[in-house]
Write a new protein. Structure first.
Length: 575
């Protein structure tokens, strides 16, 4: 940096220390900051103590010449009507002050408009669907500029007769008309009333907050927290007992179960659809990409289905089959085919023919249940979420399950119900990854259910998780991994006292934090005990303090010594 350079000139600074660690800095508009915005914990107001100096920068963060030119020459005023996806910023981290401010602004605006409710939730999801459609359309047709934006003048409207806001409304409605056919599941029931000033104010706030960020180009982990975690929790009532599975846990289970290629995947209580989207994304990184037309999800909450649809639109091709089934959800409604129809739909079990787990009994109308290759799920569980039949219909439904005969006859843990649900929905050779309360593996009252499970499936692995895994509740959980062999094969394996891989996961690599009303998972890195600096790998990336990566390696090494069928199912693609 030359002395004669003006103090506002953009400067890139690189510090390389004797431990081969790289630190990137920038002078921008007179402020000295880290080049990685996520490390400026107070945004442009960050001083030395707020620059995360304990964390170095990976070598691939070094910007190219073109990156620098774009930063230096970025205009102070943004012409939003002449932009494409590549002109948008990337959500590099939810920890940036910009991301946190955007989240808080949207939540405050919805609160002010009286829309922190079901209607507001639907408006939010539908508006974000328009943004995703607009970005994907520009990606396909680069000469067509983005239309999802709001100008400062448009936001200054006083009433809906103002020409400025009418221009905005017309622009967004044009996106809607093009997106409606493609995104039917989200947009078929319009939650937005364009003649309601509170709705329009909410949409301008959402647009203003996210218009400068690309959803389709952003880091998946942080976009997940930004959209699917924060907003799902903000609009979900505590009494509904919704709590979402953190992404590192989902990725771990998907890596272990290893769904791929032409396999079918189901989450019978899919929530925001993260098991499904992660399975699709991870398979796309391999040679064995899933077809998202083979991905299925069911949930009792229509808002969750809308959000999971948005999730799959963002990460897949929008062909996933996601079903809303109120009241009993997948406890009663199963994916299947009516006679003579090839399109899958939800079919209720026959309360008489299918009692006590006899789900393979033929339907009177010729319908047939679909069986799945992989089931991944984190169902509701625990005494406070037990199934308690209060009507004859409730009892008839729960008597469809063989495990009801092993319960107290007044209630049954929903986790046990979904465990049997998963088993009976799996095809022969199908694999299961499920999160349950760890009391299932330890408490005496579940002894009969454990014996039932071992008589039905080959238990592959058990992973105990620490109580701080879920942000909303402190619960002790166990991940059960299993597959469904033929009966004679399972008998043979049981006679041989087959091996089960077990691991007590201690470190998960994150902790829950709240900032400006926003919940997020803050990364925890391994620290060098000699100088208290963050440990880095060969690429100078900070190393998370987590047990998942090492456990996956240990599991795969263990699996090499197991039966051929287990190796085929869990190690395919690792050759």
């Amino acid at each position: 940096m030359k002395e004669k350079d003006p103090s506002t000139a953009y400067v890139l600074g690189i510090y390389y220390d004797n431990l081969e660690r790289t630190y990137l800095f920038q002078r921008r508009n007179g402020f000295f900051l880290r080049y990685d915005e996520a490390k400026n914990s107070k945004g442009d107001e960050s001083k030395t103590g707020s620059l995360s100096l304990d964390i170095s920068d990976p070598y691939d963060y070094l910007p190219s010449y073109n990156d620098l030119i774009n930063r230096v020459n970025r205009p102070n005023t943004i012409t939003r009507d002449k932009r494409g996806v590549e002109d948008l910023n990337i959500i590099a981290s939810i920890n940036t002050s910009q991301s946190q401010a955007a989240l808080s602004f949207v939540l405050r605006s919805l609160d002010k408009a009286g829309l922190v409710n079901q209607r507001g939730y639907q408006i939010l999801i539908q508006t974000l669907a328009l943004k995703i459609f607009d970005e994907k359309r520009n990606e396909q047709y680069p000469n067509r500029y983005l239309e999802f934006y709001v100008t400062d003048q448009e936001r200054e409207f006083t009433d809906l007769t103002d020409e400025r806001i009418q221009t905005f409304i017309e622009r967004l409605r044009n996106i809607w008309e093009k997106a409606e056919e493609k995104y039917q599941k989200i947009l078929s029931d319009q939650a937005i009333n364009w003649t309601n000033i509170n709705h329009v104010r909410a949409i301008t706030a959402i647009c203003a907050a996210f218009q400068d960020y690309s959803f389709i180009n952003s880091a998946r982990t942080d976009l997940y927290q930004l959209v699917f975690y924060n907003f799902a929790n903000a609009f979900t009532r505590d009494e509904s007992a919704q709590f979402l599975t953190p992404l590192p846990v989902i990725e771990f289970i998907v890596d272990i179960v290893n769904p791929q290629s032409d396999e079918t995947v189901l989450d019978p209580c899919c929530g925001t659809g993260d098991f499904l989207s992660v399975a699709f994304v991870k398979s796309a990184e391999k040679r064995w990409k899933l077809d998202d037309a083979n991905i299925f999800g069911i949930d009792v909450d229509e808002s969750m289905i809308m959000l999971s649809t948005l999730n799959m639109l963002l990460n897949g091709d929008g062909e996933a089959k996601l079903f809303h089934e109120p009241d009993k959800g997948s406890i009663l409604g199963k994916v299947g085919y009516k006679q003579g129809i090839t399109t899958p739909e939800l079919i209720p079990l026959d309360l008489d023919k299918h009692k006590n787990g006899e789900w393979d009994a033929p339907f009177a109308d010729g319908s047939k249940l679909k069986k799945f290759d992989v089931i991944l799920t984190n169902p509701p569980f625990g005494d406070d979420r037990a199934y308690k039949p209060t009507t004859k219909f409730d009892r008839d439904v729960i008597e469809l399950y063989d495990t009801w005969n092993m319960a107290s006859r007044s209630k049954i843990d929903l986790g046990i119900v979904f465990l049997e649900n998963a088993y009976r929905s799996l095809a022969e050779g199908g694999r299961l990854g499920i999160v349950l309360s760890n009391s299932f593996a330890a408490v005496n009252k579940y002894q009969e259910v454990r014996e039932w499970l071992m008589d039905k499936m080959r238990i592959v692995a058990l992973f105990d998780l620490p109580p701080n895994v879920f942000a909303e509740v402190d619960v002790h959980t166990t991940i059960i991994i299993a597959y469904k062999p033929k009966k004679d094969e399972l008998d043979r394996l049981s006679e041989q006292s087959y091996s089960v891989f077990t691991k007590d996961i201690q470190a998960v690599g994150y902790e829950k934090r709240t900032r400006e009303r926003n919940k997020f998972f803050n990364p925890i890195y391994k620290v060098n005990t000699l100088d208290f600096t963050v440990q880095t790998d060969e690429e100078n990336r900070p190393i998370l303090d987590e047990d998942f990566s090492g456990t996956i390696k240990d599991f795969r090494a263990w699996a090499l010594g197991q039966e051929d069928n287990l190796k085929k199912l869990f190690l395919k693609g690792d050759e």
